[in-house]
Design a protein around this ligand. Structure first.
Ligand SMILES: Cc1cc2nc3c(=O)[nH]c(=O)nc-3n(C[C@H](O)[C@H](O)[C@H](O)COP(=O)(O)OP(=O)(O)OC[C@H]3O[C@@H](n4cnc5c(N)ncnc54)[C@H](O)[C@@H]3O)c2cc1C
Ligand code: FES
Length: 256
């Protein structure tokens, strides 16, 4: 884990409240793997005090790429930064997705949950068959689609709730058919909690390994504050920041 001063090389708005940052952070870029995340101090002043957790979209040393939705105060302050600005970044943090050599992998991304899965696809698409299901509320929530189409995916399935792009409906509505046809060995997923909870039920009948990357409200990002704990099916608590964010989907106690 490094505490690095990152220098913003490029900052783009992708419309709506979505943003991309390209940041020179050589130490983090050299060691980050798909699934890792960073804790970003959004202001040089200590207000807001807590860093914000963000996944790593891509890693091209010395740069890392972040893709985020400006939702509240912290991410809006981040969205206001531009080239030449610098920020404190802690990372890489958490665990990462295993590579699964020789396995057929289905990636399942809801909205900004595309971040760690895009990173995985960038690193692994040339080494094994990869399929991606990508869903959002509408076209405006899927602004990375052109970049995704440039990846060497074996199959890409797009869903939008309003029908403005791809198939109309939640991505979970088409999941079973895709799994039956493509027969993946592994699924890797990231997205809103209701989506992950639905996946846990839908994927249960299939003989696959299912891993999900979780989000949680985080204080420290490295195992000290206990603020990110989630309950597992055994009743035990696991910390998303340093025991995750990647967990077996079936291990988590999802809300019913
Ligand atoms: C491991 C991890 C990776 C993440 N990766 C990304 C990413 O790549 N891109 C991205 O856009 N977002 C990502 N998030 C979510 C992001 O951290 C939150 O959206 C952000 O912290 C909100 O900060 P804020 O100050 O803008 O919002 P606040 O004003 O603090 O809150 C705005 C809204 O966001 C919710 N929120 C706050 N913190 C979190 C959180 N940690 N996780 C989920 N919801 C939260 C609040 O409940 C509230 O509804 C990730 C979260 C985690 C834990
Ligand atoms: S965020 Fe502090 S222990 Fe996980």
């Amino acid at each position: 884990m490094l505490d690095e001063r990152g220098l913003i090389e490029d900052a783009r708005s992708l419309g709506g409240n979505y943003h991309l940052l390209k940041i020179a952070a050589p130490g983090i870029a050299a060691s980050a793997k798909p699934g890792h995340f960073v804790m970003v101090r959004v202001s040089a002043a200590y207000d807001p005090l807590l860093r914000r957790p963000l996944g790593i979209l891509e890693c091209r040393p010395p740069y890392i790429g972040l893709y985020f939705q400006a939702l509240g105060r912290g991410t809006s302050m981040l969205a206001a930064l531009g080239p030449g600005d610098s920020l404190d970044i802690l990372g890489p943090l958490g665990n990462s997705f295993p590579e699964f050599p020789g396995k057929k992998v289905l990636l399942i991304a809801g909205g900004r949950g595309i971040v760690p899965l895009y990173h995985y696809a960038q690193v692994c698409a040339e080494r094994r068959p990869l399929f991606l299901i990508y869903g959002g509320r509408g076209k405006a929530d899927l602004p990375l689609l052109d970049r995704i189409k440039a990846l060497r995916l074996q199959g890409l399935f797009i869903f939008s709730e309003d029908g403005s792009l791809g198939q109309k409906g939640l991505l979970t509505s088409g999941l079973e058919k895709i799994v039956r046809e493509e027969r993946p060995d592994v699924t890797l997923s990231c997205g809103p909690e209701p989506m992950l909870a639905a996946l846990a039920g839908l994927l249960k009948p299939f003989p696959m390994q299912n891993l999900a990357s979780l989000e949680a409200i985080m204080g420290c990002g490295f195992g000290v504050c206990q603020g990110c704990a989630v309950r597992t099916v055994t009743g035990a608590l696991r910390k998303v920041c340093d025991e995750g964010p990647v967990f077996p989907l079936e291990e988590i106690q999802w809300p019913t």
